[in-house]
Write a new protein. Structure first.
Length: 94
């Protein structure tokens, strides 16, 4: 499994709308081969991350080449103050 941890500098007073958007776009991404899931998390100090899981690195790359993902990326910019920060991980043990 391949995981992306995406730090999201969310705009003020938009959390509920963002949570709805995450749910809606998860339904679109769920149709993509190799997409496992995506969750939104919030820290105690109010910072947000998205945890996105893929079957493997190749699936992650292919999904990012789709028109659906392109539209989702454009929509994301309406919710954030600046570009997100991303880190990628291979799951090596469960």
């Amino acid at each position: 499994m391949y995981v992306a941890i995406i730090e999201i500098p969310l705009k003020e007073n938009i959390e509920e709308e963002f949570k709805t958007w995450i749910h809606q776009t998860n339904q679109i991404l769920a149709k993509q081969h190799g997409f496992v899931g995506r969750r939104l998390a919030k820290s105690e100090d109010g910072k947000y991350i998205i945890i996105a899981e893929f079957a493997d690195k190749e699936s992650h790359h292919k999904i990012h080449q789709t028109p659906e993902h392109h539209q989702i990326s454009i929509q994301l910019m309406n919710f954030i103050k600046q570009g997100p920060s991303r880190k990628f991980y291979d799951i090596i043990s469960q």
